[in-house]
Design a protein around this ligand. Structure first.
Ligand code: NDP
Length: 482
């Protein structure tokens, strides 16, 4: 894709100009300048994409194709993503502001994701069921049909892959609504899909504002399922839009995840990991462990190590591979996050790392890390998802108090526990009400394992075989022997 060119929607295997000739601007967070102008799809464009997806689904060149053949096309798509890693990583970094090393890793992980589902496509089995009538009963997993995929801006390409790969592997036709800050790499994916042999209409990309384009997709009776990742309030709105048509919905929503640290661990190493987890992607990560909970006996020492490691994170131009943190995605998001620093101070928490103490580039939407110690569970900085480089550290005395503190949230996405006591690790991992728990590590996402939240962090699961099942309906067939 060339710099300066207008980016069109991708519908029915080709570039399509928006029906109402409207375009919106995508800014580069590192500079604050305009990076691209992108087609703003209105309800008519969404209708066009849904019609193309429906036609392709019913023609059956993808949905009725053998799962093995679908897998081969997805393998080619994975290879094409690898071949284009530098181009995709550049656009990703320039549209989100994330460090270029991270963009490369995410693009390559997206390729892995397509490979995983290429192999999984023909391993989706039904059951044979010993029913009491005389005959043979079996189940099939069939594609849901036309699927709308609504994606956020924090991991634009990777989360698109998490949804597109299993949805296509299962035989669906899809329409992706990328986030308005970051529509570019999803548009590239549409083109690559057609190049490697996806039939026209199977993968469509419709950029545009959530309030218009996203709502048109979620509310349309021609869409059989919506898979959404984003804020909890938006997820709730999507449930309402889908309800009249009984459209299937799966939701990956916000988080306020804990890192729980018990006495006896290697403090410096755990503090390093805690910093990595909380400040990667500038904290714009639903899994960011933004609530750190530390046993009272090691609290002071831990805070010292934690502040040191966070201070060492280099912040600056995301295209410079030396930098660990880039800018936030937009000026308004930066201002919103900076507002939490003011709120934390007003609520009486102790600002042990002040973002103003670190120099950041004057241009662009930068915010240096902040850490609050002596935080309490009733403070907004502990309760609300900040989605930026601001974390809190709380002290606990007992294991039970740590579990109660970790569960004192409306969210339940992920969490980490660090301890040398295996029994304690198992007890805490079992009792924290979250979909994904990690012991002695901050790793919470594996392509092969289910990922998703309890409580207001969502419903349904991404990744693993669970995601493939989520893009299917179960059909039961009974053959009479009479
Ligand atoms: P939003 O909910 O604002 O947006 C997500 C997507 O939904 C965007 O494409 C957006 O479009 C669209 N959208 C917005 N409003 C509507 C609407 N009324 N109807 C239909 N679609 C709509 O989230 P963010 O993009 O701000 O992403 C950050 C959030 O995502 C955080 O809360 C984070 O925790 C969560 N997240 C969860 C993950 C998980 O797996 N649980 C993973 C990653 C992020 P537009 O961009 O045009 O507004």
């Amino acid at each position: 894709m060339e710099q300066g060119k207008r980016w069109l929607a991708w519908i029915d295997g080709q570039e399509v100009a928006p029906a109402e000739s409207r375009f919106f601007k995508v800014e580069e967070p590192a500079t604050g300048t305009v990076l691209a102008e992108v087609a703003q799809c209105g309800p008519n464009d969404v209708k066009k994409a849904i019609a193309a997806a429906r036609r392709s689904f019913e023609e059956g060149r993808w949905s009725q194709q053998s799962a093995t053949a679908r897998g081969k096309v997805l393998l080619r798509l994975a290879q094409s993503i690898r071949d284009n890693v530098d181009m995709l990583a550049q656009w990703e970094t320039r549209q989100v502001g994330k460090p270029i090393r991270d963009s490369r890793d995410e693009v390559l992980t997206a390729a892995d994701c397509f490979e995983y589902y290429a192999g999984a496509a023909n391993k989706l089995y039904g059951h044979t069921i010993p029913v009491s009538a005389a005959g043979f009963d079996y189940t099939l997993r069939v594609p849901v049909g036309v699927v709308g995929l609504i994606v956020p801006w924090n991991f634009p390409f990777l989360i698109t892959a998490w949804k597109v790969a299993p949805a296509l592997a299962a035989g669906n036709s899809v329409i992706v609504k990328p986030a308005s800050y970051t529509p570019l790499t999803a548009l590239v994916l549409g083109r690559l899909g057609t190049e490697v042999g996806l039939p026209d209409g199977v993968l469509n990309i419709v950029p545009g504002p959530g309030r218009e384009t996203g709502e048109a997709l979620a509310a349309d009776p021609g869409v059989d399922k919506v898979a959404f990742t984003g804020e909890t309030t938006t997820g709730s709105r999507i449930l309402q839009l889908a309800a009249p048509n009984i459209t299937r919905v799966s939701l990956e929503l916000g988080g306020k995840s804990p890192t729980i640290v018990f006495d006896g661990v290697d403090l410096d190493h755990v503090a390093y990991l805690a910093a990595q987890s909380a400040y990667a992607n500038s904290g714009q990560d639903c899994c960011a462990r933004s609530r750190i909970m530390v046993q009272q006996s090691i609290y002071e020492k831990f805070v010292e190590h934690y502040v040191k490691h966070v201070q060492q994170l280099s912040i600056g131009d995301p295209l410079n591979p030396e930098n660990a943190m880039g800018p936030l995605v937009s000026a308004s998001h930066r201002n919103r996050v900076a507002g939490y620093v003011e709120r934390g101070l007003a609520e009486g928490a102790e600002l042990v790392l002040d973002p103003r103490s670190k120099e950041v580039p004057a241009q662009g939407f930068y915010l240096a890390p902040a850490i609050f110690a002596q935080a309490r569970s009733d403070m907004s900085i502990v309760r609300e998802e900040i989605f930026g480089p601001v974390t809190t550290v709380q002290a606990f005395d007992s294991e039970q108090e740590a579990i109660t503190m970790a569960n004192d949230t409306t969210y339940g996405l992920s969490g980490s526990v660090f301890t040398r006591d295996v029994g304690q690790a198992l007890r805490v991992a079992n009792q924290v009400r979250a979909g994904v728990m990690s012991v002695n590590t901050i790793r919470s996402v594996h392509l092969e394992a289910p990922f998703g939240g309890f409580k207001q962090s969502g419903m349904g699961r991404e990744l693993g075989m669970e995601a493939l099942e989520m893009y299917t309906e179960v059909k039961n067939v009974f053959i009479s022997m009479e």
